[in-house]
Design a protein around this ligand. Structure first.
Ligand code: G3H
Ligand code: 13P
Ligand code: ZN
Length: 323
């Protein structure tokens, strides 16, 4: 077993306490490869922001679980060398079984999500509680989920969303012992979050549900999944250089900023990173059709992702300067 403390990582407990008091949210960025990890780390060093590095089940398979552990360790060494003490949690995103959570904890994760939201309530409680019992023995924090987000990824899929029922949250938190709770208030996974007809306004997240949840479990850390803003500049760039992403739309940044000031302590962002990388690579391919050195397209993509991360930490999450 490799404990996360050996790797220089932290769990999310102190991070969330500070974020709650400081009225900002910790960014949780997904990564699958070296360039994404470098961009996240350097972006958080530059903006002096704490960070949660998120790994999905699919990402773990893609990157190789052994390599991943050393990548996280390498990232911590990179931070040490920078002289900027960025706190980092390594988190399993959308864990779907007890066994996967245990395996991640045993290979250096400091935080895990057990997503039992697709199960009936009692089964979700039972599974989450079992993960919490194991995780807490190793001082690893656990995120649970109530309510279902719509959207599609490799390992996560739901056609329609179900908002979180505030009547359930107090009972769920008490019975399971989770450290944070993901709720469904209108966000969704992926780059097509809403279908908006021309002239129609952007829908608003259900802040009324969030407020009611806060009233039922005061001071408890809340998590927002599916919180990419799907930056128009990058969607346009993708479409300009041969992509087909018409109608891609995300959560307006002002709404995310408002959420970050509330009990929302963790905001998950994956699609925005994917869009930046795709946009820049498409542009380089179009402008330099003879190029074939991956550094010449992955490098600029990494640079742009780093800039996006710095901006999000400063202007959206409010986490910049909070190490
Ligand atoms: O919400 C899930 C994340 O965006 C990860 O997606 O399963 O395709 O790696 P993935
Ligand atoms: P986005 O698809 O909005 O980036 O959400 C990512 C996420 O929730 C990861 O768990
Ligand atoms: Zn998610």
């Amino acid at each position: 077993m490799t404990g996360y403390k050996q790797l220089g990582l932290v769990n999310t407990r102190a991070m969330f306490k500070k974020a709650m008091a400081g009225k900002y949210a910790i960014p949780a960025y997904n990564f699958n490869n070296m360039e994404q990890l470098q961009a996240i780390i350097q972006g958080c060093i530059n903006s002096r922001s704490p960070v949660i590095l998120q790994v999905s089940k699919g990402a773990r398979k893609y990157a190789n679980q052994i390599l991943l552990q050393y990548m996280a360790q390498g990232a911590m060494e990179m931070i040490k060398a920078s002289g900027v003490p960025v706190p980092v949690a390594l988190h399993l995103d959308h864990g779907d079984s007890y066994e996967l959570c245990v395996s991640c904890i045993e290979s250096g994760f400091s935080s895990v999500m057990i997503d039992g939201s697709a199960h009936p309530y009692e089964k979700n409680v039972e599974l989450t509680k079992k993960v919490v019992e194991f995780a807490h023995r190793h001082d690893v924090t656990v995120e649970g989920e109530l309510g279902v987000l719509a959207g599609m990824e490799d390992e996560v899929h739901a056609e329609t969303s179900h908002y979180t029922n505030p009547d359930d949250v107090e009972d769920f938190v008490k019975k399971t012992g989770v450290d944070s709770l993901a709720i469904s208030i209108g966000t969704s996974h992926g780059a097509f979050k809403f279908k908006i007809k021309p002239g129609e306004p952007m829908p608003t997240l259900r802040f009324d549900i969030l407020e009611e949840v806060e009233r039922r479990i005061p001071g408890f850390p809340i998590v927002l999944h599916g919180a990419s803003s799907v930056v128009k500049e990058y969607v346009d760039m993708i479409n300009r250089y041969g992509g087909k992403m018409e109608g891609a739309v995300g959560i307006p940044e002002e709404q995310l900023r408002k959420a970050a000031r509330s009990a929302v302590c963790k905001i998950n962002i994956d699609s925005d990173g994917r869009l930046v990388i795709t946009a820049i690579i498409r542009k380089v391919f179009a402008e330099d059709p003879k190029g074939f050195d991956p550094r010449n397209y992955l490098g600029p993509a990494r640079e742009e992702l780093m800039k996006l991360i710095e901006r999000k930490n400063k202007d959206v999450l409010g986490s910049a300067g909070n190490i």
